[in-house]
Design a protein around this ligand. Structure first.
Ligand code: ZN
Ligand code: ZN
Length: 388
């Protein structure tokens, strides 16, 4: 009888099932990887709820798909490799990959041939983008997400071999940490006086679940001064004090006016130098812009799915204060290993392993997802129970 592989399948919005698939045979250049940890991401929460439009208005606009095996934040062990006859499969940096190696798998597969692949320096803007965790699971070989006992890794995927001194927790956080290249972009704008993101700046981070937390700690490591975290979860707000937040504001206990005044009081009435929006709540964009100083930088990374519209006054919100607006979705795949290295170099100061607050067996994927939606969690990961 064919060997079967279990996976958690998001069949349709609101419905996750454990399904079995036959173990696929590998095409040349492909790998079978056993996930060690597969993260549950904010986007998975949206997909579960049916909020599934991504990259709206671009050639790669997608909805869903359903069914899909979620899981795009993956660290796993290679259990089978089908090397081409004339060469070995290698990772992003040319290191040979073999059975038993531990790897991080970049979620995004790019074509390498389109305009964006040629012009966008490794950012995943490809017209023909395919992403693990978001591929139709009804099509063989099915196993294109990390919420599975085995993952089918296609030739040409970006893979990163990791050494023994990288914990599984740091490896599984590499993807959300790589999203923080939005702050590297902001840094790049600071060649002009008082623009971008410079040393000692006051930074506000809206929403400090894992992606917000990653932005918070990254801004600390890039030299921010005062950092204010804003969230509705007391657990998350006290958690981020251990990762560089100097002040916290709970939205359930303060009014917008009070929060705005708090930031003004901290900045001699000027407003924040940088606001990073990671809450994914459309109205927060306006609140965040209101908090900025003149010429401040607004970094928008929270809306990786379409969560609706807001009303914006172009004069008041964009021109009057001459704000700089950086909108960014997804990550730079060139940023995966630098993110690992950044966390490794600072792990004496910050306990990154602690960010993974909950681990659920794969068959309890739905419980894991519900835990992730609760205010008392940071990164929640799934792992397959089978030991091989
Ligand atoms: Zn993610
Ligand atoms: Zn492309």
């Amino acid at each position: 009888m064919a060997e079967m592989v279990r996976a958690a399948v998001l069949v349709e919005p609101g419905k996750i099932e454990i399904q079995e698939f036959s173990k696929p045979s590998l095409a040349e250049g492909g790998l079978l990887v056993k996930p060690i940890m597969a993260g549950i991401c904010e986007s998975d929460k949206h997909f579960y709820k049916g909020e599934s439009v991504q990259y709206a208005g671009t050639p790669r606009e997608t909805f869903g798909p359903y069914p899909a095996i979620p899981g795009h934040e993956n660290v796993g062990k290679i259990v089978e490799a089908r090397h081409p006859r004339d060469r070995k499969i290698t990772d992003f940096y040319g290191k040979e990959l073999h059975e038993g190696d531990r790897i991080i798998i970049s979620p995004d597969m790019v074509c390498g041939n389109c305009y964006w692949c040629h012009h966008s320096y490794g950012f995943s803007w490809c017209d023909n983008l395919r992403s693990y965790g978001h591929i139709d699971a009804s099509v063989p070989p099915h196993l294109f997400g990390g919420w599975s006992e085995l993952m089918y890794v296609l030739p040409g995927s970006h893979l990163y071999k990791i050494s023994d001194d990288v914990s599984n927790e740091i490896a599984v956080l590499a993807e959300p940490m790589a999203v923080t290249f939005s702050l590297d972009i902001a840094k790049g704008h600071s060649s002009l006086p008082n623009e971008g993101f410079t040393t000692g700046d006051t930074v506000v981070v809206f929403g400090v679940s894992p992606v917000g937390l990653c932005h918070l700690v990254k801004s600390r490591l890039l030299g921010a001064g005062t950092i204010i975290a804003i969230d509705k979860s007391e657990f998350r707000l006290s958690f981020v004090k251990g990762f560089g937040a100097t002040h916290t504001l709970n939205v359930t206990k303060t009014t917008q006016k009070e929060r705005n005044q708090f930031i003004k009081d901290l900045t001699d009435g000027r407003g924040a130098d940088v606001v990073v929006e990671c809450a994914g709540v459309p109205e927060v964009v306006i609140e965040g812009i209101e908090m900025l100083r003149q010429g401040g930088t607004f970094v928008e990374v929270g809306h990786f799915v379409d969560a609706g519209d807001i009303q914006l006054n172009p004069h008041r919100h964009l021109c009057a204060k001459s704000i700089r607006l950086i909108g960014q979705v997804n990550l730079a795949y060139t940023g995966i290993m630098p993110s690992v290295n950044l966390m490794k170099a600072n792990q004496d100061k910050y306990n990154f392993n602690k960010i993974v607050t909950h681990k659920f067996p794969l068959t309890k994927a739905l419980d894991g997802l519900f835990q992730f939606m609760k205010p008392d969690s940071m990164k929640v990961v799934l792992y397959p129970e089978t030991s091989s």
